[in-house]
Design a protein around this ligand. Structure first.
Ligand SMILES: Nc1nc2c(ncn2[C@@H]2O[C@H](COP(=O)(O)OP(=O)(O)OP(=O)(O)O)[C@@H](O)[C@H]2O)c(=O)[nH]1
Ligand SMILES: [Mg+2]
Length: 595
């Protein structure tokens, strides 16, 4: 099988092109360093079945950060039949250096100058033939986002792929030209093949930036924008959530109950009160999750992330992190796993470790489900959004506290150079791809963890079979009693403890477990929670859920990215200790104040 690699600088549209060619849904975003791992897909090109590989963006071939190592390792250990070199046309004067390095590798290459739409707007024009002659490779002008010029570009690529060629050279052993020589050559190519205005004026971007990057308005504006977006997510998702809940109840009453009416009681209980209630309760959050990720797509694709990094860089530096760390925390709002992987762009290992230590405190969408549920059960509709917002603030506070405490152990002085890309807006196609991707992710998690989790919880709370379900005499009750010395000071009973224990695996299971433990779902479950817990207990439960170990996938990622058991354990133990301390302080404090 032929192998084709997409290579280029960060944020040039490689993943966008990859999705276009293969129909996949690799993550795309207006931030250098969205892709940090290999992703591949089978495609048909020039009559061959080929493997197309999307690589992380790199600035040059000598880099030594972890994502650059991924590229180097790939180039060194694989035979590559064709490189599709993707560069940003608007920045061609800076990006050609990588092009020249790639040419020196001696692998058949086609140069795709991407984002011609933006280049045209900026008044840049390219002499394609001249460029091709100088670079010694075919050149195509494309817009991966809108599809312009793609057909011709792919025909060119297929043509090269079909040419008989010597087996790919021993890559990277090739002698790369010296930097000086590359710089001189680059200047001469730009002079003869590129027409650029003296000053690039992206009026819109400049105007927005004057406001958004304002020295003292910038940060408040950022938090205001986030607040409005989150408000929007909750307001818009609530009716959809109610709709799904209604459908689930209707289906159970109209179809499942009659169908299983003759089944033995345990089977009826397991399937309906266990699996159906548990998974169904989690499924009602699907609209929230989809909407949440659509908003994340807007934020990530707009270019605002780089502005957020810029605004927070000096604050983050005081905690031993930098603006990138802040962006990873924001990405962690979606899911902690890609955020932890996103730290691969950091070259300094201490800085990377410190960032990875704090990212798990970022309030991910799975935890959000627990909080939306609890806030709706225990607070009024006007209080609930404030409760949620305070949890986001708490998430930041815990992050900053941890960074401050540990920064002495993880010192680094890596300079952070930030590029502010122009503002962009995702196309409907990009939004749809992302939404689709997240639904798939949610369903995979649901089928893997959540079903197993709720079945186990059901068994623990319903056996031994001769005692009342969810009582102190069940296995769950016994576990709860054993944990009582640790749980009493934080105001939590055995049943909630079971939910938290399963929350170790995945936070979605927490709400599912509550449904299973009490054999209820939807409104009745919320009413029961409200009768069992006062707001202090509820808030303390949420604080614990926020801070303690996020989930198995996150732990596994921490382990594989840090390549250190000790670091993984540090993260687990620290988050447990911190969660417990915060909760004791909150719970005992609130009680002492008479709440
Ligand atoms: N205007 C315009 N924007 C584009 C085009 N192609 C990609 N983009 C945008 O450029 C940004 C970066 O796209 P990605 O596909 O994530 O870039 P990448 O090269 O994979 O980036 P890394 O994975 O970080 O190396 C996104 O905001 C895309 O929507 C294009 O042809 N025109
Ligand atoms: Mg990418």
């Amino acid at each position: 099988m032929k192998r084709i690699a997409l290579l280029g600088m960060p944020n040039t549209g490689k993943s966008t092109l990859f999705n276009r060619i293969s129909g996949a849904s690799a993550r795309v975003g207006n931030w250098p360093g969205i892709t940090v791992d290999l992703m591949s897909a089978k495609i048909l090109m020039g009559g061959h079945i080929a493997e197309l590989v999307d690589l992380p963006g790199i600035y040059d071939l000598h880099g030594f950060s972890d994502d650059e190592q991924v590229v180097r390792h790939f180039l060194e250990h694989n035979n590559i039949d064709l490189v599709i070199l993707v560069l940003n046309t608007s920045q061609i004067d800076r990006q050609l250096s990588l092009g020249l390095q790639v040419r020196d590798l001696g692998i058949p290459t086609v140069l795709m100058l991407n984002m011609v739409d933006e280049a045209q707007r900026n008044g840049i024009s390219i002499d394609r033939d001249m460029m091709s002659t100088h670079m010694g490779m075919p050149v195509a002008l494309i817009s991966a986002k809108y599809g312009d010029g793609l057909k011709q570009a792919l025909d060119l690529a297929a043509e090269i792929l079909n040419r008989q060629q010597p087996p790919a050279a021993e890559v990277l052993r090739a002698q790369l030209s010296s930097d000086d020589k590359i710089e001189r050559e680059m200047e001469s190519i730009v002079r003869s093949a590129v027409q650029m205005p003296l000053q690039m004026n992206d009026e819109l971007t400049a105007r927005i930036d004057r406001l958004v990057l304002h020295p003292w308005l910038g940060l408040p504006l950022f938090f205001l924008a986030m607040y409005i977006l989150f408000q929007f997510i909750f307001v818009a998702s609530t009716p959809l959530q109610d709709g799904i809940e209604w459908l689930m109840g209707y289906f159970r009453g109209g179809v499942l109950d009659p169908m299983l009416s003759t089944a033995p009681a345990w089977l009826h209980g397991l399937l309906l009160d266990g699996v159906y209630n548990g998974v169904g309760t989690v499924a009602t959050f699907l609209p929230l999750i989809i909407l949440f990720f659509l908003v994340m797509t807007l934020v990530e694709d707009s270019g605002y992330l780089s502005r957020a990094a810029f605004l927070t860089d000096s604050l983050m530096a005081k905690m031993g992190l930098d603006g990138r760390g802040f962006v990873m925390l924001l990405m962690g709002f979606g899911c902690n796993v890609p955020a932890i992987m996103g730290t691969r762009t950091m070259r300094s290992r201490p800085m990377r470790l410190l960032s990875m230590l704090v990212i798990p405190f970022s309030l991910c969408s799975a935890r959000l489900q627990v909080f939306v549920f609890m806030a709706a059960a225990l607070f009024t509709p006007s209080q609930a959004p404030l409760v949620l917002f305070s949890l986001y603030m708490m998430s930041f506070a815990v992050t900053l506290l941890s960074a401050l405490l540990f920064k002495g152990q993880f010192k680094s002085n890596e300079p952070f150079i930030l590029e502010l890309p122009p503002y962009r807006f995702p196309t409907p196609r990009q939004i749809f791809l992302r939404g689709w991707h997240e639904v798939g992710h949610f369903l995979r998690r649901a089928s893997k963890f959540i079903v197993i989790g709720v079945v186990l919880v059901w068994a623990l709370t319903n056996y031994p079979s001769d005692v009342p379900p969810a009582s102190a005499y069940t296995f769950a009750g016994m576990i709860g009693a054993a944990l009582a010395p640790v749980l009493d000071p934080i105001g939590i009973d055995g049943n909630l403890a079971i939910a938290l224990i399963f929350g170790f695996v995945a936070k979605e299971i927490v709400v599912g477990s509550l449904a299973v433990i009490y054999g209820l779902s939807g409104d009745p479950l919320m009413q029961l929670m409200a009768s069992k817990l006062d707001w202090v207990q509820g808030m303390s439960f949420m604080l614990f859920t926020l801070i303690y170990t996020p989930c198995l996938s996150t732990i596994a990622t921490l382990k594989s990215e840090s390549r250190s058991h000790a670091f993984m354990w540090l993260s687990i133990v620290w988050s447990l200790v911190l969660a417990w301390m915060v909760r004791v302080i909150f719970y005992q404090g609130a009680r002492a104040l008479g709440f």
